[in-house]
Ligand binder design. Structure first.
Ligand SMILES: Nc1ncnc2c1ncn2[C@@H]1O[C@H](COP(=O)(O)OP(=O)(O)O)[C@@H](O)[C@H]1O
Ligand SMILES: [Mg+2]
Length: 287
């Protein structure tokens, strides 16, 4: 079993506690992320997903209840080293323009490595590497103003800016929401490459069950600030009623398998990913 790099247990959190505006966001949230996996965090809007991930790089600190352990550090400890943590945990927000710090693409992606005090040659090398990973041509994009980018390009620049820090853990908070299918597919390819070739661990916050089914190794379901279901992908999707109770849909692959079952054709192995479903259909048809 792979090493656990994020372990959150029974976390509670209230915004503006003790004021008339107090709002309870987490009431017993738990989350595990293992080294080298894509872990999905899903749940309806307002469930507390963004609040929860803000604990992982120390933007929020535990109040009274709950434990947050990230890459060997206890975020509840007063001597926790947030600077080193923020270099190891890269967070990509939902709205990329919130992330841009510079006017030009190259400068923006270089911002993090420059802050780390890396020599110029290394900064340039990292910018090139990160741009290549996300599929942005270096020469074509390095001098483009960030305001002139399309939505999909903005996401990729924001992602490259975080990757340039070479984080051990990459967190995407609904970073593919609102992208067109092609833009989303490109990001998916990047994420798979990061996991498979770079050994990066990825926490994907998403509301898109198709995306989760295609990419995730494990899934954690959050509802009203509480973790209600967690485990390997297939295990979590074997409780479809629980998912629908949380206002979440089913992935397309799951629906296809159900429709075949209703017509008396069993597709064995409970396939979820479309490629697996297709293979199972071919096997069923040829047997
Ligand atoms: N900065 C904030 N101040 C007060 N309440 C907040 C703040 N951010 C989020 N909340 C509240 O916390 C709850 C969880 O929100 P959030 O973590 O953004 O959920 P999600 O990301 O799953 O949509 C919601 O009820 C939301 O209104
Ligand atoms: Mg959110």
């Amino acid at each position: 079993m792979a090493k656990v790099i994020v372990s959150i247990r029974d976390l509670e959190y209230t915004y503006l506690p003790g004021t008339p505006l107090a709002s309870v966001a987490l009431r017993g949230a738990s989350l595990l992320v293992h080294q080298g996996e894509i872990a999905a965090l899903v749940g309806p809007s307002g469930a507390g997903k963004s609040t929860l991930v803000h604990f992982i790089n120390g933007l929020l600190r535990p109040q009274r209840r709950g434990q947050v352990l990230v890459l060997g550090q206890d975020l509840g400890a007063p001597d926790c080293d947030l600077t080193s943590l923020r270099r190891q945990v890269g967070l990509v927000f939902q709205f990329p323009h919130q992330q841009f710090l510079e006017r030009y693409v190259g400068d923006d992606i270089a911002y993090g490595p420059r802050q780390m005090g890396l020599p110029l040659a290394q900064v340039r090398e990292r910018v090139r590497w990160a741009m290549e990973l996300v599929g942005l041509d270096f020469e074509a994009f390095v001098d483009r103003p960030t305001f002139s980018l399309s939505g999909g390009e903005m996401r990729r620049v924001a992602l490259a800016g975080v990757l340039a820090l070479r984080p051990q853990l990459l967190i995407l908070d609904e970073a593919t929401a609102g992208l067109d299918p092609q833009g989303r597919r490109q990001i998916h390819q990047v994420l798979r490459r990061l996991r498979d070739k770079e050994g990066m661990s990825i926490l994907l916050v998403s509301n898109d069950m198709d995306e989760v089914a295609e990419l995730a190794d494990t899934v954690t379901v959050l509802r009203d600030g509480k973790t209600v279901l967690a485990g390997p992908l297939k295990e979590v999707f074997s409780h479809p009623q629980d998912l629908s109770r949380c206002g979440l849909g089913y992935p397309a692959g799951y629906q296809i398998v159900q429709e075949f079952a209703q017509r008396g054709i069993d597709l064995p192995g409970a396939p979820l990913r479309l490629a697996e479903v297709e293979e199972a259909i071919w096997r069923a048809l040829s047997s």
